[in-house]
Design a protein around this ligand. Structure first.
Ligand code: RB5
Length: 149
């Protein structure tokens, strides 16, 4: 299963880099845009990706805005989504290994392009550890159930 990516106008450069990186790794990518400088609202882009990931259409999603924060706030409203803003390789590793994050959020105005490539590589290479973390992630999933009720 591939990846679904999107950005707002503040994240186009990094999204382009992400798409190229994923394709170079042989990963199938669906790019939902935006590809222009014309402003778009980050919640619209975040929800487009989050709903598809929650439905199981993709292994993971990647969202880019100016800070990554707005994207993560919006994406985390969708049941089944565990979106993590990562500004370091350590956060990328832990968000996968311990939190089983399924959406990576990046901030083009915060994190340099070189570091973003490293973060992406770590994210792609790290599996969820399960074990004691399974119980904790299950408690997050239970919150999704409460919101649906
Ligand atoms: C757009 O100006 C900016 O607010 C947006 O990209 C993002 O940083 C929001 O969290």
């Amino acid at each position: 299963m591939g990846y679904i990516v999107a950005s707002d106008h503040a994240g186009v450069r990094v999204k382009t880099l992400v798409v190229e990186h994923l394709r170079a790794c042989g990963i199938e990518v669906e790019d939902l845009g935006t590809s222009a400088k014309k402003p778009v609202d980050y919640p619209d882009m975040a929800l487009a990706v989050a709903h598809r990931v929650a439905r199981g259409d993709a292994a993971s999603g990647i969202l880019v805005c100016g800070t990554g924060i707005g994207m993560s706030m919006a994406a985390n409203k969708v049941p089944g989504i565990r979106a993590a803003v990562c500004r370091s390789c350590y956060e990328a590793k832990m968000s996968r290994a311990h939190n089983d994050a399924n959406v990576l959020c990046l901030g083009e105005r915060v994190t340099g392009l070189g570091l973003i490539e490293e973060i992406l590589s770590v994210w792609l290479d790290t599996e969820f550890e399960g074990g004691r973390h399974e119980r904790r992630v299950e408690k997050i999933r239970a919150l999704d159930g409460e919101r649906r009720a």
